[in-house]
Design a protein. Structure first.
Length: 90
């Protein structure tokens, strides 16, 4: 996904969209990447960008064996709606 990136300097994943960038702040704790907050600009909400961002984060974690933990309400809800992500959840 060319519009997705890990901005490691700012500890956030980013997803570009015409209406603005969505992002997910994270922190690495004891080998687990904790998703702290997922945000989409108000004008872009309801278009699925946050879910696309979470899907890209999961896709990025799988080949490296990285484990993820949701700390924000959106990420928690995303993992609940997608039981196929159980393999990467810490």
């Amino acid at each position: 996904m060319s519009d997705f990136r890990d901005n490691a300097a700012q500890h956030r994943y980013e997803l570009d969209a015409p209406e603005g960038n969505s992002w997910a702040d994270y922190r690495d704790v004891a080998g687990v990447r904790v998703i702290l907050h997922v945000e989409t600009p108000t004008v872009a909400r309801g278009r699925g960008y946050a879910s696309k961002l979470m899907a890209a984060i999961v896709d990025e974690a799988r080949p490296t064996g990285r484990k993820l933990r949701a700390s924000c309400a959106f990420a928690v809800a995303y993992f609940r709606r997608h039981p196929d992500t159980a393999d990467i959840q810490a």
